[in-house]
Design a protein around this ligand. Structure first.
Ligand code: DAT
Ligand code: MG
Length: 152
């Protein structure tokens, strides 16, 4: 039996403004991950501050909040085997010049303050972030026809 995980993923305002929604979601979709929640939304300052509470007090915090609320985002819940690690790998390292070739940040970004995407960094943050961004009734479990060709 495969143990499925869920993680929170977001295309930040630069991804939306640069017209990269399809490109970025396509990478997760092609890898074999399954979307179980998705919404296009303007982030409130309150939500941004709660989401990035762990970074409060750091020099980049104020700029990070302004960036996240500066334009709409695409918020997602992604499901799959080892989804937390798989999505972080597809996202790449925080600083784009250190991200692995083939990752979203390496292929599409050059600066840490415009690194296009967010992904939960562990099981606890995944659970907290999914709960922060989505109500339970906004998540949909579904049978995907391709599952038997993706999941052993
Ligand atoms: P990640 O998004 O890879 O989980 P993080 O949680 O350490 O990285 O930081 C959250 C975001 O804050 C990151 O995506 C971009 C921004 N950030 C982090 N370090 C920064 C820095 N030194 N200068 C500017 N922005 C930074
Ligand atoms: Mg983080």
């Amino acid at each position: 039996m495969t143990t499925l995980e869920r993680t929170f993923f977001m295309i930040k305002p630069d991804g939306v403004q640069r017209g990269l929604i399809g490109e970025i979601l396509g990478r997760l979709e092609r890898r074999g991950l399954k979307f179980v929640g998705m919404k296009f939304m303007q982030v409130s300052r309150e939500l941004a501050e709660e989401h990035y509470a762990v970074h409060k007090g750091k020099p980049f915090y104020a700029g990070l909040i302004e960036y996240i609320i500066s334009a709409p985002v695409v918020a997602c819940v992604v499901e799959g085997p080892n989804a937390i690690a798989v999505v972080r790998q597809t996202v790449g390292a925080t600083r784009p010049h250190e991200a692995a070739p083939g990752s979203i940040r390496a292929d599409l970004a050059v600066m840490v303050g415009r690194n296009l995407v967010h992904a939960s960094d562990g099981p606890e943050t995944a659970q907290t972030e999914i709960g922060l961004w989505f109500r339970p009734d906004e998540l949909t479990s579904w049978d995907r026809a391709a599952d038997r060709w993706i999941l052993e």
